[in-house]
Design a protein around this ligand. Structure first.
Ligand SMILES: [Cu+2]
Length: 101
């Protein structure tokens, strides 16, 4: 539903090596930004905008925004649990989890 501040599904379970594509089906901009301390130690950091750290993603938020109708993809090469959020809507609880088996 446009305007909903949620990731759908909130928790996704995939196999190692699979790619997740987030598509913005709302009418406002969002980010997909990993929590640096909520990904496996060996995992590569990920964020829309291609940032290498959560700090960089937060500092340059406009560069990571995903416009309505656009998408962002990330391939998960390490098993484990990954927590991520949307920077503009973190305070509204726009968070999600990817579990990689
Ligand atoms: Cu958002």
């Amino acid at each position: 539903m446009p305007g909903d501040l949620t990731f759908e599904p909130k928790t996704a379970t995939i196999e190692t090596g699979e790619t997740v594509r987030w598509t913005n089906e709302s009418d406002i901009e969002h980010t997909v930004t990993a929590y640096e301390d909520e990904i496996p130690d060996e995992a590569t950091y990920f964020a829309s905008g291609g940032f290498e750290s959560e700090r960089a993603a937060r500092n340059r938020v406009t560069e990571g925004l995903i416009a309505p109708g656009e998408n962002y993809e990330h391939t998960f090469e390490e098993p484990g649990t990954y927590g991520y959020f949307c920077i503009p809507h973190e305070g509204s609880g726009m968070v999600g989890t990817v579990r990689v088996k």
